[in-house]
Design a protein around this ligand. Structure first.
Ligand code: AMP
Length: 400
């Protein structure tokens, strides 16, 4: 009999379904990924992919064409990316009807994301009711935040009645990168003395986290992913009174303000582009708006590095990840310029070298190591799924 060692990782968005088939066998789990891809434009007119069930059938066909159909005995489990776990889900969770019902209750906190995640889980379960389905939540890694970090300074009666608190997101990435940074530097994340790292996840969405001894103690996203750093299209931190002002003075409706802050702000709002490569090209041509957008973006990162240095007390490493963090030497250099007083000394030559793996970009003498650590959320989901399910698989109750 073939040992079941592969995890199918599904990331269901409202209009796309991304998948990776990851083999967890061998000396380097995840080194073999027999299939990966994305089904796009789900539910759009003329796309031919009516819904998530149709999208998963397409995935099944693509997997079969790669010789690893959904009916393959080598499949151990399906690991699902799930966005909002609220306070209910603080770790990877084996999905049953009760879990799906709890996830439904969290929809008001993530109205765009959670329904798509739930749809993805349902269709995968319908196709393979015998397989364990595991949900890995974006919020889970931040469940260790102390109350003084997660609580907003609001009347607790009001806040608690409406589940208003800081949850944090990108947790799967922060978990993976904080551990990989410790490994890169030859440190045990939770070993004696602890390993303290600030992770800067700078993609189209962006967030920072402070991780002490493997536990997240502070993070920049809040009740929703809108808080914190300047992002591709989100404003990040803002005086909440801006919203009242827009409503009263500009006559904007709530949904219009929501769209403005989530979709038309950040880099795109400041300069019309959210791709850091394009912004770099425009700056090289002397474009002032692009320059200002870059400056606002890196200034916010510096503020968080300073704040999280104070939160941690002692920082062993800064780890840059995601599209901008991994690729933009200019952002890393500008964000850390002049931070020698905090023990941070970037090596300009190492920083400018392009590379694909985890690497150190600080000087040998830098008290705080600066690392570039490519994130791998799919591998993290597959690892957490495999660890929960166990190598031989769980014995499941009869299909519900
Ligand atoms: P992610 O959300 O992690 O996929 O990151 C996407 C973002 O990474 C894009 O919007 C770009 O701004 C940025 N990015 C990707 N490649 C590069 C690059 N080579 N240099 C600078 N920024 C990049």
């Amino acid at each position: 009999m073939t040992a079941a060692t592969r995890v199918l990782v599904l990331n269901s968005g409202s209009s796309s379904l991304k998948y990776q088939l990851i083999d967890m066998a061998g000396p380097v789990p995840g080194a073999r990924r027999p299939a990966r891809g994305v089904v796009e434009r789900i539910g759009e007119p003329g796309s031919g992919v009516a819904d998530h069930a149709a999208a998963l059938r397409t995935v099944g066909e693509e997997l079969a064409a790669a010789g690893h159909g959904l009916d393959s005995p080598g499949l151990l489990a399906v690991g699902h990316r799930a966005v909002h776990g609220g306070t209910r889900f603080t770790g990877p969770t084996l999905v049953d009807n009760g879990v799906l019902a709890e996830m439904e209750k969290l929809v008001p906190l993530a109205p765009l994301h959670n329904p798509a995640n739930i749809a993805g889980i349902r269709v995968a379960r319908d196709l393979r009711p015998d397989l364990p389905q595991v949900a890995v939540f974006d919020t889970a890694f931040h469940a260790t935040l102390p109350e003084h970090a997660w609580r907003y300074a609001l009347d607790p009666a009001v806040a608690d009645a409406h589940a208003i608190r800081r949850y944090g997101f990108h947790g799967t990435s922060h978990a993976y990168v904080s551990r990989a940074a410790a490994e890169l530097l030859g440190r045990d994340p939770a070993g004696p003395g602890g390993f303290n790292v600030i992770v800067l996840h700078l993609g189209n969405g962006a967030s920072a986290s402070a991780v002490a001894g493997g536990r997240c103690v502070e993070t920049s996203m809040g009740m929703t992913p809108l808080e914190g750093l300047v992002m591709g299209t989100r404003s990040g931190d803002l005086d909440p009174a801006v919203i009242f002002h827009l409503a009263r003075e500009a006559g904007m409706a709530t949904d219009a303000i929501d769209t403005l802050l989530n979709k038309r702000s950040g880099l795109v709002g400041l300069c019309g582009d959210n791709d850091m490569r394009e912004i770099g090209r425009r700056i090289a041509e002397g474009d002032e708006r692009a320059r200002l957008a870059f400056d606002v973006y890196v200034h916010r990162i510096r503020k968080y590095v300073g704040a999280y240095t104070a939160v941690l007390g002692r920082v062993d490493a800064l780890a840059f990840t995601a599209g901008v963090g991994e690729n933009s030497a200019a952002v890393r250099a500008a964000a850390l310029r002049g931070l020698e007083g905090l023990g941070v000394e970037l090596d300009p030559v190492r920083n400018a070298l392009r590379g694909s793996g985890p690497r150190v970009v600080s000087t040998p003498g830098s008290a705080v190591a600066v690392a570039v650590v490519p994130t791998d959320e799919e591998l993290e989901i597959a690892t957490q799924t495999r660890d929960l399910v166990g190598e031989r698989g769980l014995s499941l109750p009869p299909p519900q």
